[in-house]
Design a protein around this ligand. Structure first.
Ligand code: IFM
Length: 449
C-alpha cells in the first residue's frame, strides 16, 4: 500500500476482538445455561439466514488453533467476552466451576503465546432465567451482574489486567429493547431507557466488583459504540436532527459515565419514560474508569423524518459514498472526529479502539481470500487514528473487529468481518489477505511506506 511510514507509539497495543456468543458455539457444554441469544436465534424469523450460534466458529473447542492464528497475525492482545451463562447458568446462585476452568485455560494459553487478554464481561448474552425475571428492565439484574463480576474477577483476575464491564449498551438497549431486532426482542421506549439505565448501573456494580478484586496497575473500563453525527443537508430540520442524534448516539452513555448526569436533550424528550433513578445511581455510574473502549464503524449522517417515531430521525447514506457489505459508509475521518471529540469533551485517561472493521462479501478463490477493500478500510482508519494521536488523544491500542468471520447477530453468518475466513461447513480457517497485511502492521508497529 503506497504510503509514507506511519508509526505508532512504542507501547501501542495491536489486537483483534470477538465475543462469546458470536464464536464459541458449545452452547450446552460443561454446564452452560441458556442465554437470551439462544432463545432469540431459535425463534423463527429473527435471524436473516435462519441460523443460530449453536456451533458458530466452535471456538470453545478450537481456541488453541485460534491462538495459533493470532500468533500468525502478530497480535499483542485479544479481546474476547466471557459468557455469563457459563459462569452462573441460572443467572443467580450456583457458580459453574467448569465454565471458569474453560476461561482459565484460554487465558493461560494466551499468556503462553505472549498475547494479553482484554476481557469483556458482558457482550449481550444474558442468562435467560434473568430475562424471565425482567432482564435489563429489572433493576435487580444490575446486582446480579455485580455478583457475576465478583466471581469472575476472583477466579480469573490473576491472569487479566484489562477488563471491560459492558459492550455497547446503546446497541443492546436500542436493538434489543426498542427495535426488537436483537435479543431479547422487546419493543418500546420504556424498556430501552430502563435497559440503558440498568446497564449503566451494572457497569457501576461491575466496576465496584473489579476494584475490589483487581491488583494494582490493572485497569477497567467500558466499551461504547460512538459515532459523530452529521446532517444530510443544511436544512435547519436536518441540522437539528444531527444535534439530537448526537444526544442518543453519544451523550446518552458518555454523559452519565463522565459527568454523572443524563444529557438535558434526553431528559427533555423522554424524562417521563425514564425508569426510577435513585439518589446514588449517577454518582456510582460516574466513578472513574481507567480507560474508555470505543467501538467505531461509521459516522451517523441523519435527516429529519417527522413520521419516524420516537425520535423523528433516520440515518441516510450520503449519495455516492463508498459502503461496506452491511451498507455502512466508509468514512475514515469519522474515527478521528470521534476520538478528538471524546478527548476534548470527556477526557478519558486512556482510550482503546476496541472494535473497528468492515464486512465484505469475501469468497475463497483457489484457497485465497483476496479482500483489498478491508485492507484499505483498516489502513485508512489507522491513518486517521494516528492523526488523532498526533492531535493529543491518548489512544493506547487498536482492535480489529473481528479475528474470525462469525455469527453477526440478526444477520447470521452472511456478514463476514474477520481477518480470518471461516468455512462454517468444515470449520476450516484461512487467513485473508487483509490478515497477512495486518500481521505486517503489527510487526512494523504501523504502516510502512
Ligand atoms: O458484531 C458486532 C459486535 O458484536 C458489536 N459491535 C459491532 C459488531 C459488528 O456489527
Amino acid at each position: 500500500m503506497p504510503t509514507a511510514d506511519a508509526l505508532f507509539p512504542p507501547d501501542f497495543v495491536w489486537g483483534a476482538s470477538t465475543s462469546a456468543y458470536q464464536i464459541e458455539g458449545a452452547v450446552r457444554d460443561e454446564g452452560r445455561g441458556p442465554s437470551i441469544w439462544d432463545v432469540f436465534s431459535h425463534t423463527p424469523g429473527k435471524i436473516a439466514d435462519g441460523t443460530d450460534g449453536d456451533i458458530a466458529c466452535d471456538s470453545y473447542h478450537r481456541f488453541p488453533a485460534d491462538i495459533a492464528l493470532m500468533r500468525e497475525l502478530g497480535l499483542g492482545a485479544y479481546r474476547f467476552s466471557i459468557a455469563w451463562p457459563r459462569i452462573i447458568p441460572d443467572g443467580r446462585g450456583r457458580i459453574n466451576e467448569a465454565g471458569l476452568d474453560h476461561y482459565r485455560r484460554l487465558i493461560d494459553a494466551l499468556h503462553a503465546a505472549g498475547i494479553e487478554p482484554f476481557v469483556t464481561l458482558y457482550h449481550w448474552d444474558l442468562p435467560q432465567s434473568l430475562q424471565d425475571a425482567g432482564g435489563w428492565t429489572n433493576r435487580d439484574t444490575a446486582s446480579r451482574f455485580g455478583e457475576y463480576v465478583h466471581a469472575v474477577a476472583r477466579a480469573l483476575g490473576s491472569g487479566v489486567r484489562r477488563w471491560m464491564t459492558i459492550n455497547e449498551p446503546f446497541i443492546h438497549s436500542v436493538f434489543g429493547h426498542l427495535l426488537g431486532i436483537h435479543a431479547p426482542g422487546l419493543h418500546g421506549v420504556r424498556p430501552a431507557l430502563a435497559a440503558g439505565h440498568y446497564l449503566l448501573l451494572a457497569h457501576a456494580e461491575g466496576m465496584d466488583a473489579l476494584r475490589a478484586e483487581m491488583a494494582p496497575g490493572d485497569e477497567a473500563g467500558i466499551a461504547l459504540n460512538l459515532a459523530e453525527t452529521a446532517p444530510a443537508t443544511d436544512r435547519a430540520a436536518d441540522l437539528e436532527a444531527a444535534e439530537h442524534a448526537d444526544v442518543y448516539a453519544n451523550q446518552w452513555f458518555l454523559d452519565p459515565i463522565f459527568r454523572g448526569a443524563y444529557p438535558t436533550g434526553l431528559l427533555l424528550q423522554f424524562g417521563d419514560e425514564m425508569p426510577e433513578i435513585r439518589a446514588d445511581d449517577l454518582r456510582r455510574i460516574a466513578q472513574p474508569i481507567d480507560f474508555l473502549g470505543i467501538n467505531h464503524y461509521q459516522r451517523a449522517v441523519v435527516r429529519h423524518a417527522p413520521l419516524v417515531p420516537p425520535i423523528d430521525i433516520v440515518p441516510v447514506t450520503p449519495p455516492g459514498a463508498p459502503v461496506t457489505a452491511t451498507g455502512w459508509e466508509v468514512y475514515p475521518r469519522g474515527i478521528y472526529d470521534t476520538l478528538t471529540r471524546v478527548h476534548r469533551d470527556y477526557a478519558p485517561p486512556a482510550i482503546y479502539i476496541t472494535e473497528n472493521g468492515a464486512a465484505y462479501d469475501d469468497r475463497p478463490i483457489d484457497g485465497v481470500i483476496d479482500d483489498p477493500d478491508r485492507e484499505r478500510f483498516i489502513h485508512d482508519y489507522l491513518l486517521a487514528s494516528l492523526d488523532a494521536i498526533e492531535a493529543g488523544v491518548p489512544l493506547r491500542g487498536y482492535f480489529v473487529w473481528s479475528l474470525l468471520d462469525n455469527f453477526e447477530w440478526n444477520e447470521g453468518y452472511r456478514r463476514r468481518f474477520g481477518l480470518v475466513y471461516v468455512d462454517f461447513a468444515t470449520q476450516e480457517r484461512t487467513i485473508k489477505r487483509s490478515g497477512r497485511w495486518y500481521a505486517q502492521v503489527t510487526r512494523d508497529n504501523g504502516l510502512s511506506g
